[in-house]
Design a protein around this ligand. Structure first.
Ligand code: SF4
Length: 381
C-alpha cells in the first residue's frame, strides 16, 4: 500500500517533538512538508538524516511498482497502482487484441474488417490495439495497426488466463491484482491477458469481456472479431480509463449543425463532453439547422455546473458577448436545458443588463426529447 503524508509524518522528529523538529536540513520548511513530498515521491528519503530505519523499510516497499509495464510497439500494458479507479486513476487501458489465424478459411476478409474498424467517441479515434498473426511465415503488412506474430506474443512477460469458466477467470483476475497491489507480491507483477477462444455466443462473450475489462484484465485477446462487441468494449473502456479527477470536456464555443442561418434555432448547454455529444447527436439529426452555444463549465454537467456556480447568468451573458452572437443572428430565443428552468428570469435579466435582447426558452430535460420539442415548437409558431 502507498503511504500517506500523515503516516510518514508519524516517524519524523516533529511528530515525536524531538530536538531536530523542523530543522529544514531536507530543504523543506517543516517535517510535515517533507512527509507530504515523500508521499508524492517528490523528495528523496535520504534528504532527512533523522529518518528511522523502520520508515526507510516500509517506504521502500510502498514505492515499489506493484505491476510491471510491458510495451509492444508503443502500446503500454499494465503498470496499475490502485484497485479502484476512484482511488487515483487507472494508468494503461485494457488493450484489445485480435488473433488472425492463417488456418481460418476467411482470414483475409476478417483482416480487412479489422483494418477498416474505427470508431470515434468523445473526440477520440479508436482502433484495434494489436493484431496477432498465427501460423504465418511472413506477417502481412498493415497500415496504422500494430502487429506481432503469435510466437513472439507468447514470449512476452505477460500472464495468460484462458477463459473457460467465468467464476474461475474472474476470481483468478481479482486474486492476481490484489496480490500485486495490496501485497506488492513480485510473483503477481506481470500484466495479465485473458484469451477468448472462438465462440458463436457473442452476448456471453461481451458480458464476460466487459467484466474482465473492469476487473482486472490488462489485455483481452479474441479469436472472434465482431465490430459490435469491440465497439461496446471500447465505449466501456473509455469510461473506466478516464481520470476521475479530470472531467471530459469539449471546447467552449458556438457549434453549428446543418448549416444554420440567422433565423436558426439556438440551443445552449455546458462543456461536459457527454452532455455535449448527447445534445449534438440530436441536433445533427433534426430536420432543421441549429446552433449550440457551449458555455465554459470546467467539464461539469448542467446541474453540477449550476450548483458549483459554474453556470451562472453572468457567465452566460459574458459568453454571448464574447462570441458576439447577437450580431450573427436575428433569432432572439435561446433554448436552455430543462434542468435550468428555474434560471429563466435571472438569465433574461442578466442578458438584458448586458445590453442584449435575447429571450430564454426552457427546453427539454433529456437530450432524446429534443426532436419532439422542436416539432412542438414548429406547431405552436
Ligand atoms: Fe524534519 Fe526535514 Fe529536519 Fe528531517 S530534515 S527533521 S524532515 S525538517
Amino acid at each position: 500500500m502507498e503511504l500517506s503524508g500523515l503516516q510518514i509524518f508519524k516517524y519524523l522528529p516533529a511528530a515525536k517533538k524531538d530536538e531536530n523538529s523542523n530543522c529544514k536540513k531536507c530543504g523543506c520548511p517543516t517535517c510535515m512538508a517533507f512527509a507530504i513530498k515523500l508521499a508524492k515521491q517528490n523528495a528523496k528519503i535520504e534528504n532527512c538524516p533523522y529518518v528511522p530505519n523502520e520508515l526507510k523499510e516500509i517506504y521502500e516497499i510502498s514505492c515499489k511498482q506493484p505491476q510491471n509495464i510491458v510495451e509492444i510497439q508503443g502500446l503500454k500494458i499494465g503498470g496499475e497502482n490502485v484497485l479502484y479507479r476512484h482511488e487515483k486513476t487507472f494508468i494503461n487501458k485494457t488493450a484489445i487484441a485480435i488473433i488472425v489465424d492463417r488456418s481460418e478459411i476467411n482470414w483475409q476478409e476478417k483482416l480487412k474488417r479489422i483494418e477498416n474498424f474505427e470508431i470515434t467517441r468523445v473526440s477520440e479515434t479508436l482502433k484495434i490495439d494489436l493484431v496477432i498473426f498465427k501460423n504465418f511465415e511472413t506477417l502481412p503488412q498493415l497500415k496504422n495497426l500494430r502487429t506481432i506474430s503469435f510466437d513472439d506474443f507468447k514470449k512476452l512477460p505477460l500472464k495468460e488466463i484462458i477463459d473457460e469458466k467465468f467464476s474461475q477467470t474472474s476470481q483468478e483476475l481479482i486474486k492476481i491484482r490484489k496480490k500485486a497491489i495490496l501485497e506488492k507480491d513480485g510473483n503477481y507483477a506481470e500484466p495479465v491477458y485473458v484469451y477468448f477462444k472462438y465462440t458463436n455466443d457473442i452476448n456471453t462473450l461481451c458480458a464476460k469481456a466487459s467484466y474482465y475489462l473492469c476487473k482486472y484484465a490488462n489485455m483481452l485477446v479474441f479469436e472472434n472479431f465482431n465490430e459490435a462487441l469491440i465497439s461496446t468494449l471500447m465505449t466501456l473502456r473509455q469510461n473506466i480509463f478516464t481520470d476521475p479527477q479530470k472531467p471530459l470536456q469539449v471546447e467552449s464555443k458556438i457549434y453549428e449543425f446543418n448549416n444554420p442561418d440567422e433565423n436558426s434555432l439556438i440551443f445552449m448547454t455546458t462543456n461536459f463532453a457527454l452532455t455535449f455529444y448527447a445534445v449534438a447527436n440530436e441536433l445533427e439529426s433534426l430536420p432543421v439547422p441549429s446552433y449550440l452555444i457551449v458555455t465554459p463549465a470546467e467539464g461539469m454537467s448542467v446541474l453540477t455546473a449550476w450548483s458549483a456556480e459554474k453556470f451562472t447568468a453572468a457567465m452566460v451573458a459574458k459568453t454571448l458577448k464574447k462570441f458576439d452572437f447577437a450580431n450573427k443572428v436575428k433569432n432572439r430565443k435561446i433554448i436552455i436545458p430543462g434542468l435550468l428552468a428555474h434560471m429563466k428570469e435571472e438569465l433574461e435579466e442578466e442578458i438584458s443588463n448586458a445590453g442584449l435582447d435575447f429571450k430564454i426558452v426552457v427546453g427539454t430535460i433529456e437530450a432524446f426529447a429534443i426532436n419532439d420539442f422542436v416539432k412542438n415548437l414548429a406547431i405552436s409558431k
